[in-house]
Design a binder for this molecule. Sequence first.
Ligand code: ADP
Length: 460
Amino acid sequence: MAKMSWAVGTQCVAKGDHRKLKPGELAYNKGDILTIVDTSTKKGYYQAKHNTTGEEGLINSTNVREREALRVDPGLSLMPWFHGKISGPEAVCKLQPSEDGLFLVRESIRHPGDYVLCVSVSGEVIHYRVIYQDSKLTIDNTQYFYNLIDMIEFYSKNKGSIATTLLKPKQKQGAKSAELELSKNGWLMDITKLILGETIGEGEFGAVYEGEYMGQRVAVKIIKCDVTAQAFLQETTVMTKLQHKNLVRLLGVILHKGLHIVTELMTKGNLVNFLRTRGRSVVNSVQLLHFALDVCEGMEYLESKKLVHRDLAARNVLVSDDKVAKVSDFGLTKVDSKVSDNAKLPVKWTAPEGLKKEKFSTKSDVWSYGVLLWEIFSYGRQPYPKMSLQEVKEKVEQGYRMEAPEDCPPGVYSLMRICWEQEPRKRPAFHKLREKLEREMAKISPSPGSQHGDGIRSGC
Ligand code: ADP
């Protein structure tokens, strides 16, 4: 039974194909994602928009189910067939009762660092040693792979030089196939429907490409290393839960040669570059405040979900075609407040308690938001100009704070200062910051809801 209480914005997955249309109905195929846009049109029906074709029409509520977020599950694995360090005889035991094409991968005990592909065929188990050579993996010195995921994908479709194609993974106990979970909930996309375009960014862990998926323009982050891909599954899982106009939206993932993370395309790139390349003569202070408000609203939403971003900075805010700023990069987003590796912390954006005690909370995000406000109003300058990271750490601890950027409205600078209160509890919550920013907007812009636009500068 479909729930009858779905709200506008709910994402649904089609349970089957719908091609024989009555007037006003929307066409879709099994697994397509549809967004509810109106709940009041006709009893038992919703007005919905097709996420990929953009078409709108009526859908029968019983033909769709709600697209569910993925549960954060440590067992969720891109490599559920990987059993770690087990011996050959142990692998043989695990592959009983024998079944042609049943397989697992283990780490070799005799040759540490090498992997072994174990496959059941005609009642026996064959062990293929996987050799690591020139940063690639190979079984036969003919086919080479970047990672194990890539190798398993290949031998699942081609026999190559092994005895049988891989038909069924023997899952490690406790491991859950990410592929299955993603597909069950409508988050798995199809590589054959993706057209990859130019590179538009270079992340720490992989390149970002522009692309097209069934007619929709998308951004695709490709993570080739299997260990990193597994870690990014966490980011992706978090993103499946988050739907807000000021958060970059996850469309789905593709499991192919590692992990492809597909998001909405933010054609104007990251906020730092946007501001640096346009500057004061093009972007007015109303637009700057719009960006500040956009980010604040995205963060207010994260705050309401009790999620801490931990890497909020203008480089992690992206700008859409219609100049809406959206928070991205949820790589560090966690419900818990401890980090294990503080060598990687973005010092100039991190609150003092984060640097000293590795304590992270919504209030440490508020500190970072203050730095981001400074970046916005200085048109993308590097914070704490000319200061080393060590100097920033020491001076900020002693009470030093950045000066106001040139021409920054005093009201906005005082917001930065309250974000930089030493004591986390003295910093405002994001919902309070939003109210204050709206008041600032009312001061400098005659109509608060005015269009985002590159106009003549007003106010400051
Ligand atoms: P990092 O790994 O450094 O956190 P990302 O991999 O998320 O960064 O992104 C690197 C760059 O790629 C961004 O700064 C941005 O310019 C571009 N980019 C990332 N995601 C998108 C997107 N959805 N739309 C447009 N550009 C994007």
